[in-house]
Design a protein around this ligand. Sequence first.
Ligand SMILES: [Zn+2]
Length: 469
Amino acid sequence: MSFTIQNALIPVESGYETADVQVVDNCISAIAPNLEPAGRVIDGKNKLLLPGFVNAHTHSSEMWQRGIIPPLPLELWIAELYDFTPLEPEQVYLSALGTAVETWLSGGTSVVDHLVLIPGQELETIAAAVRAYQEIGIRAFIGPLIQDESLTAGMPAGDSGIEHAAYIRSTKATLELMETAIKQFHNPEKGVNMLLAPTGIQLCSDALFEGCIELSDRYNLCRHAHLLETPAQKQLAHEKYGCSAVEHLQEIGYLSPRTSLAHCVWLDDSDIAIMAETGATVVHNPLSNLRLGSGIAPILKYRQAGVNVSFGCDGAASNDSQDLLEAIKIGSILHNITDLDYRQWITPRQSVEMASLGGAKGLNAADEMGSLTVGKKADFVLYDLTSLSLLPRTDPIGLLILGRPTNAVDSVWVNGKQIVAEGKVTTIDVDALRRKLFDRSEWTGKRQSQTVSEIEAHYRKVMNLQGYS
Ligand SMILES: [Zn+2]
């Protein structure tokens, strides 16, 4: 399969150039003005071509609960989330499709789905997400979300002597499940990559982390996890290990150039040095961190220390959308208030590089994707520069990142296959998806989470919030 995009605007060192881009056998074969066209010809006039972004951390099935969870910190928010989590694989399938569509229409070509598993139907959950991503054609990195401790273990205990219920599945059984999932679903040629993705230090034993390290080494797969998202987790790490979570993860060998870690809000300078030394990637989820009051990640410090940073939307119940451009915008300009030295502030071009090449690096895939480079996979997006939101003509990348682009994505290709054309998804019937999402849900004014009411008093006590009413 070959095609040529003619006369697209492409960013270059000195500004922008108009060039043709030729794709042969799923890869970029040439970029230059006035190429002899090969295959189908696509008009790129007045359109900006950028490498596809990576939505480097999300949980697709949270889409069923977007907009409904009240303002709560992570430890209580997650209790409500799990009380109402979808229990049918078909729902997982539909929300994975929805996540892919929203990722595309905001510039993404890859998604990292830290996939919440339905208890007792774990492989069916993964199968449903795989089916969705293969049908729709997004490049998927699926990390089944695993843990081996129950929810209350994720909060600091303080001096409460709180007892935790045993987790529903043993560590050994969970690791066996992961190996089965890898054998069954890991298929990079077909666009599905499995990750090892324990949820984080807050709910995982060392045995689980070590089992994941072993599997990732044996099958050559990337590792993912949440890391120090909240002040409670920082406190918990010290209770659990007597050192920082980052020091502990380094000690057990979890950190590596193919490890990406979501959030990374509460790291101190020595933790940041460890991140740089091990080559691990930070996935910045600014909207989720604001929504859950988790804090502002020290992104400028990571960049200065040479730590790779990418962007994620995080699940749609803590965001509450999957608009990558929105996450990139907020995640870039947010730091203009954390650091007075404006020379460190993130420029729109740097944002684009973090979202594309940064995302690829975090998935150990920078040789294959993340930039418009001859030899790399054709994962890219054409933006319509005649969209009202991108007019009048100024700096296209500046306006794309700092503005509020609407209907700006004209075309998307993943692995050389066009999946969005003239702003419309071509691989699935989006109207049918809308109908199914509508029919399987209802408008809800108020609901009560049983678990939140059970654990809130303990949370307020250990976080020193008792004096507040
Ligand atoms: Zn998350």
